[in-house]
Design a protein around this ligand. Sequence first.
Ligand code: HEM
Length: 375
Amino acid sequence: SDVVDFFGEHQAGIVTPAQDRLCFAALNVLTEDRAELVELLTRWTAACARITQGLDVTDTGFDGGSQYAPPQDTGEAHDLSAGHLTVTIGFGRSLFEDKDGKDRFGLRERMPEALIELPHFPGDTLDPARTGGDLCIQACADDPQVAVHAVHNLVRMGFGIVSTRWMQLGFGRTSSTSKSQNTPRNLFGFKDGTANLKAEDPELLNDHLWVRDGTWMDGGTYLVARRIRMIMETWDRESLMGQENTIGRTKGTGAPLSGGEEFTAPDFAMQGAGNQPIIPKDSHVRLAHPETNNGVQMLRRGYNYADGTDRLGNMDAGLFFIAMVNDPRTGYVPIQNKLARQDALSEYLRHTGSGLFAVPPGIPNEPGAYVGQQL
Ligand code: HEM
């Protein structure tokens, strides 16, 4: 079956083996009425329970209702199967308090401390039109039409209550979240997702991914989204050796430069010519590795994107980075600060969009339960 259960202890789309396609949307909440927001989350939950099984949003579907009312499903996924669709919902800091500090829905005192305003990182060139959001929807599936259909219908159902702030499509996963998966490649041609938190390591997930604090977030996580443009025109002129030294792994098998196979642990102490470390000091894997980050690990679940060209004819393509961590203050911010300053890879990257969302725990399969109800 290609159905992933929407209900459970944790939301689907986190440790679910990463599907190949992404449609991600950040939304603004327009209403000031808390009951209206709750009602929308309730309708979204019912819709997600159906579309993740490959069904239309309602029984009436896209062509069975009144001739005089808009259809209850937009229809583009009607003939398609579930395609492992997962829909993961998150809450932005601005849902709890607006930029003037106003408590929008009486939720401010329940705002988690970990739901920070992400700091400005060195080299950030964020586009405000691709940054922030009160809510996020991460829809992943085998088929892009299925993923887009999910976001399309949730937005349609929220007409007048929410509006789309920005949206991102991703066409190829850049991570593995299960040991059953092959490691895919990013647009720089390197295997990506070798060293990642994986579904088969529940203890590591409890230490690094799931919030375990007894609050409404218990069993949830935090989703960091970064739209990272990759400067192909520069990278593609770099020598193979230069590329491998930048990453710290070989381009072919993805093995660490210190030797072995893809999943051999890197040996950061090993030295080569001139007593220089074989895995360079400024390589991406050395700087991102838990050994140099107080043991911190993240679950990366990003996607390749290609959004046409800029006005100079350069590709606007790269990696829509998604990481899930149980505390972005320790699990993301320090690493990103370090990478931005020291990582040789940063020369080829430009962060152009950003978001941080609290992803509440899963939804029990019970009548009346809805996403975010714990809050
Ligand atoms: C590992 C590419 C951005 C964190 C890797 C690997 C590649 C890669 C090729 C080695 C394979 C693997 O172990 O998965 C990229 C590219 C990026 C990017 C092309 C940007 C477009 C980031 C960012 C972060 C990050 C922004 C975090 C702030 C990591 C971590 C690892 C890793 C934690 C595993 C390191 C280890 O334990 O060995 N990345 N990365 N990456 N990356 Fe990135």
